[in-house]
Design a protein around this ligand. Structure first.
Ligand code: NAD
Length: 489
């Protein structure tokens, strides 16, 4: 195995790193490397292999070669492997969480939370994968019998984003493996280290050669297009931006390739007149600030009843001011950096645009001029609905607030977005709050809670937020084909 050691005083997380591609059960030794940066410092922390199209194809070849034997493996054996990987992830949680913080910046405690959440997908799908299922019944019109069975869809290409580098990979790989599919994983270029470390976990858990392969690259399109257009690939699963999702769907449509798409959000966070303000403010902090606002489920547009809005804005700003901003490895840090300098420029541009359109900006932290990609959390009031901060996915610690007078008006405003991933609604009037939740054009909704990610629940969006569901029992169906066999008796 090619390994790299970067001497830094942060324990052994950066020693003995796998930095090659993982193909056919082997680590490649590559001359072409791409840098990995720590967004809290701007320093290069490692360099990993940089795949070209040929390397991507080698990974697909390995996945195709392993498909038949993996599909024939007993479901219990596949589940046992997932459970061994679950245990190993927990044993190595400290190291993997440190890697997550180092390469994408989230506070270490949140990175530990991601390891626990990411590992749960291995356990959940180990349990789901052995349940089988199917049907056998008599056709209404005669003696024919209808047999319905489910078969693995075949080799899968999984493309993941940088914001949850472990959990987005396990949410795809665990159900694929449980269903009997082999996989090529392409992690985001910003966060290859966590993905490669997860490959080591799978290998140590006894993964047969070729069943999961991983290629890291700075040229996603060059590597991905030949894989997606290869007739042996049977499924594309993508988590990332809606822009890239559209592009991949266009490629997939040429082959009528099966896809799952987990795309961007623009979540409304609605505080109804009957809301408990303590709960709403606490939920808003969680829904806005997890991952420094860089989550697809981040609260993006705050819609607050006019009778509560001033109080809500003051209290939210006060809470955000209490969150220390800094390097995620510092124990006190609650808000880390953004992923890169382009993200800082984008988020600062959104705030400028809103201010130019009349918003009042309350900045909730002092950001020094030191290194790292930091943006101060801010609460914006009096926001014009045509502002970019209202229309676009923010992906940063900015909370824009608008007010409403009646609930119908709030629902129309909440649904006025092409995105439909998640919404949040706070209210103590059960009937009104539940009607609101039902009326939201989203795949998911939190009622009086700011955190909804849960391994046992179907996660996914409607409208331009995507196709398909991950997690829950629906997450396994994404990797199975339903097959009907008609039997004449
Ligand atoms: P991104 O779309 O830029 O990149 C995602 C992945 O796609 C990366 O691996 C990237 O290398 C790859 N990619 C980019 N261009 C490609 C191309 N032409 N062909 C093939 N692959 C390509 O997104 P990001 O910035 O990494 O992640 C943030 C986005 O992900 C946000 O929009 C967020 O909402 C979304 N997201 C959605 C969910 C969900 O479950 N719905 C979860 C997490 C993140």
């Amino acid at each position: 195995m090619t390994t790299a050691t970067v001497p830094r005083g942060i324990g052994d997380a950066l020693t003995d790193l796998p930095v090659g591609h993982f193909i056919g059960g082997h680590w490649t030794d590559d001359p072409t490397l791409q840098p990995v940066e720590n967004p809290a410092t701007g320093e290069m922390i490692a360099a990993v292999a940089d795949a070209d199209a040929g390397t991507g194809m080698a990974a697909l070849n390995a996945a195709v070669a392993a498909q038949e034997s993996w599909a024939a493996t007993h479901p219990r054996a596949r589940a046992d492997l997932l459970m061994r990987a679950f245990d190993l992830l927990h044993e190595r949680a400290d190291r993997i969480a440190t890697l997550i913080t180092l390469e994408m910046g989230k506070p270490y405690a949140e990175a530990r939370g991601e390891v626990a959440y990411g590992a749960e997908f291995l356990r959940w799908f180990a349990e789901e994968g052995v349940r089988g299922g199917g049907d056998y019944f008599r056709a209404p019109a005669g003696d024919q019998r209808i047999v319905v069975t489910r078969q693995p869809v075949g080799p899968v290409y999984a493309i993941t984003p940088w914001n949850f580098p472990l959990a987005m990979a396990t949410r795809k790989i665990a159900p694929a493996l449980a269903a009997g599919c082999t996989v090529v994983l392409k992690p985001a270029p910003q966060t290859p280290l966590t993905a490669l470390e997860f490959m080591r976990v799978l290998a140590d858990a006894g993964l047969p050669a070729g069943v999961v392969n991983c290629v890291t690259t700075s040229n996603a399109a060059e590597v991905s297009t030949p894989i997606i257009t290869d007739p042996r690939l049977r499924k594309l699963t993508f988590t990332g931006s809606t822009v890239v999702g559209r592009l991949l769907l266009a490629q997939a449509s040429r082959r009528v390739l099966r896809t799952s798409m987990e795309l961007g959000g623009n979540a409304p966070f609605v505080v109804l007149e009957s809301a408990d303000l303590d709960k709403a403010v606490a939920g808003a902090v969680l829904a806005k600030m997890r991952n420094t606002g860089q989550a697809c489920v981040s609260a993006n547009r705050f819609l607050v009843h006019e009778s509560l809005a001033a109080d809500f804005g003051d209290r939210l700003a006060a809470e955000l001011s209490r969150l220390p901003v800094g390097d995620g490895l510092a124990p006190s840090t609650r808000v880390g950096p953004l992923i890169d300098s382009a993200a800082v420029d984008r988020v600062e541009g959104l705030v400028r645009d809103a201010a130019e359109r009349g918003a009042q900006v309350r900045t909730c932290a002092e950001i020094g001029s030191g290194p790292g990609y930091f943006v101060a959390p801010a609460v914006l009031t009096g926001v014009d609905p045509e502002s970019r901060v209202w229309r676009e996915e923010i992906f940063g610690p900015i909370a824009p607030i608008r007010t409403f007078a009646d609930t119908e008006q709030a629902l129309a405003a909440a649904n006025d977005s092409e995105a439909g991933l998640v919404g949040y609604v706070y209210g103590e009037n059960l009937g009104e709050t539940m009607r609101f939740a039902e009326g939201l054009q989203t795949g998911m909704c939190g009622v009086n809670t700011g955190i909804i990610s849960e391994v046992a629940a179907p996660f996914g969006g409607v409208k331009a937020s995507g196709l398909g569901r991950e997690g829950g029992s629906a997450g396994l169906d994404e990797y199975l084909e339903v097959k009907y066999i008609g039997v004449a008796l």
